[in-house]
Design a binder for this molecule. Structure first.
Ligand code: SAH
Length: 217
């Protein structure tokens, strides 16, 4: 084994260790995260920090989330192999790539075409055919594809958006950061039941805001 491959293996082990130490225990989630190289989603200036457990800047003033938060959100989402999943907030495409290994079908929406374009290219180049990348305002969901068994929102809203609640399958789960400000947000797990919606607060988080309409680019 060459030195380069040893250090790559070590880096991967450290990455997975950091996830476990933050509470990402689910075997399917860890396996999916092992398969997806975060280095493919962080370019330019911050590329060499891709394996650190921290959020990093991407284009359009947005961020790729912290790996342990991605892991905890994915774990809370409890994706089953037959599920159709909606992600609002494609960003770098990292979360969508992880979901592609867990779900039957993934729809991911971002308001910036400048972000969705390279993500589409990533899935094409890697022959991943169960992800559809859409440019649009994801706060309205994708009514033509609804209902979804699972919905994950990776930008913070004041409340879980009504259209997304409406597009959640009975028994389905939505994970969404909610908060009144940029500084104080909670990750919420919403479960749709026959009686309505159950809400569970999971952990404090910090996400960029869910904005209305399409981005400038
Ligand atoms: N899940 C991403 C990180 C998302 S950052 C990853 O794995 O890298 C949040 C993203 O939400 C940003 O790219 C931002 O453009 C997007 N966003 C904000 N409001 C939105 C909206 N209404 N509809 C779709 N995307 C939105």
């Amino acid at each position: 084994m060459t030195e380069a491959t040893t250090s790559e293996a070590e880096r991967k082990m450290q990455f997975l260790y950091a996830l476990r130490s933050k509470g990402v225990m689910n075997g399917r989630v860890l396996t999916a995260m092992e398969k997806v190289d975060r280095g493919d989603f962080v370019t330019g200036h911050f590329a060499d920090r891709a394996y650190e457990d921290m959020p990093l800047p991407i284009a359009c003033g947005q961020t790729i989330s912290q790996p342990s938060v991605v892991g905890l959100m994915t774990q809370a989402l409890d994706v089953r192999p037959r599920d159709k999943v909606l992600e609002v907030g494609t960003g770098s495409g990292y979360q969508a790539a992880i979901l592609s290994h867990l779900a039957r079908r993934v729809y991911t929406v971002d308001r910036h075409a400048q972000l969705t374009r390279p993500v589409k290219q990533y899935f094409e180049a890697n022959h991943i055919s169960n992800v559809t990348v859409v440019t649009g305002d994801g706060s309205f969901g994708l009514p033509e594809q609804a209902p979804f068994e699972r919905i994950i929102v990776t930008a913070a809203a004041e409340d879980p958006p009504g259209p997304l609640l409406a597009q959640l399958q009975m028994g389905g789960i939505m994970v969404v950061p909610v908060g009144q400000s940029d500084a104080v947000q909670s990750l919420i797990k919403v479960t749709r039941t026959e009686q309505g919606f159950d809400y569970e607060e999971l952990l404090p988080v910090r996400f960029v805001p869910l904005l209305e309409g399409l981005g400038q680019n």
